[in-house]
Design a protein around this ligand. Structure first.
Ligand SMILES: [Zn+2]
Ligand SMILES: [Zn+2]
Length: 427
């Protein structure tokens, strides 16, 4: 068995690849790029947790491991197995059409029921109105679970202390000088940081736009949540897991070991704690803010929201102790959230397929986005228009069933000092 992952040195990787190519290895296990392993007699490809966004590589060479796997399986004439409790809509739609085979595993391990999920509307919650992250219902549930000797996982997909710094006078957010996003306050490092380009500065005393003092820190990140939980539950140990606390090599394993041994009763963190963890003593999972994914300018925002709630919910109810899940939301009527709370993937998939069909989005049409970026705004815009022109000519000449939208400024117009325009091809 060869295990391929991104922490291998070039020498180690080379050694593994030679072993694989020589046919001396029968099984290759690995992350995204393992799909290119030079297996001489391929017999089967399995992609587990196929919904994981990390299967898409966002840097050159850009590829999606699931699509590469499908092509490779076709070329080699071998089966491809995609596994997921919350499949992406592309393979689901193929299975619905009979192009792929759907195999359902409707029962959990040891026939345990799925944990009951309660949706909590926090719009009028007295704690949340005063700026707290944990509302009354979740706080009570935590108290009950902890006093009964259970453990608690709190999930919040926002790191830092406050995700936005706003000026009270002019109403503008304090932006990164290199990117069009607001800076996040990190209290433990006494700095404001950009989560896109790692720009770092001392917390500003006054608004950079209008010069007035009185900046406000808005919203809750994992650091602020940790502080709130420690203040509310001083008798219990709390561990935060996000990319800020887990920088040191080995810190990840240490944190999980402390939670497993029971030294830590409350584990809180970002998507790092959403997947795969198995702790039988966890009797309560709290999704602190189910809406963080919902408002992203992403055609998969609803799908991601559903997947996230379903995955986080799966962290409890893993032993005879049972478990429950509380999901806090300010948009409790959103179908993606309501259906996730009811564990109803099939209805969600049908609802979202209908939306995608109306929006002419995947899996009904192919989408490609071209981003043109330059340090000079004018240059990026001119180049984007030139590309659109030549594409329009090509589409006309070939009489191709392709729609071309744009160019337009990208949703994050400035990123890492680059000005960005994008155009969209639908085919
Ligand atoms: Zn201002
Ligand atoms: Zn930045």
């Amino acid at each position: 068995v060869a295990v391929l992952h991104s922490h291998l040195s070039d020498t180690e990787r080379h050694g593994h690849w030679q072993q694989i190519a020589s046919g001396r290895v029968q099984v290759v296990v690995g992350a995204r790029s393992a799909i290119f392993a030079p297996v001489p007699h391929l017999g089967l490809i399995v992609i587990d947790e196929e919904h994981e966004t990390t299967f898409k590589q966002e840097t050159v060479p850009r590829y999606h491991a699931r699509d590469v796997a499908r092509r490779r399986a076709e070329m080699a004439g071998v089966p491809l197995v995609l596994g997921s409790a919350t499949p992406t809509l592309e393979p689901w739609w193929r299975a619905r059409q009979g192009r792929d085979v759907l195999l359902s595993l409707p029962r959990r391990v040891e026939r345990r029921p799925l944990p009951p999920i309660t949706l909590v509307d926090i719009r009028n919650d007295p704690h949340c109105r005063r700026g707290a992250a944990v509302g009354r219902a979740l706080r009570t549930a935590m108290r009950q679970a902890l006093d009964a000797g259970g453990q608690v996982i709190l999930f919040l997909n926002v790191r830092g202390y406050s995700p936005a710094v706003w000026c009270r006078s002019c109403g503008r957010g304090v932006q990164c000088p290199n990117c069009d996003i607001t800076l996040t306050w990190h209290q433990d490092r006494n700095a404001v940081l950009c989560h896109l380009c790692d720009f770092r500065a001392d917390p500003p005393r006054a608004c950079p736009e209008c010069g007035q003092p009185g900046l406000r820190y808005l919203g809750v990140g994992t650091q602020k949540l940790e502080q709130e939980v420690q203040a509310q539950f001083p008798d219990y140990a709390c561990q935060r897991m996000d990319s800020d606390t887990m920088r040191r090599h080995g810190s990840h394993d240490e944190a999980l070991a402390a939670f497993r041994s029971g030294k830590v009763q409350i584990l809180l963190g970002t998507q790092m704690i959403a997947k795969g963890l198995h702790f039988p003593n966890v009797t309560l999972v709290g999704v602190v803010d189910a809406d963080t994914m919902l408002h992203q300018p992403d055609l998969r925002a609803a799908e991601r929201t559903f997947q996230l709630i379903a995955q986080v919910a799966g962290r409890t109810g893993r032993s005879e102790r049972g478990g429950r899940v509380l999901v806090q939301s300010a948009c409790p009527t959103e179908p993606a959230i309501q259906l996730a709370v009811r564990h109803d993937y099939v209805t969600f998939a049908e609802w979202e397929l209908k939306n995608r069909r109306e929006a002419e989005a995947p899996p009904f049409r192919h989408l490609a986005r071209i981003i043109v970026r330059s340090l000079e705004e004018k240059e990026a815009e001119t180049a984007a228009h030139l590309i659109v022109q030549s594409l329009r000519h090509a589409i006309q000449r070939l009489n191709a069933p392709v729609d071309l939208l744009g160019p337009a400024p990208a949703p994050i117009f400035k990123q890492k000092k680059y000005f960005r325009f994008h155009l969209l091809l639908k085919a």
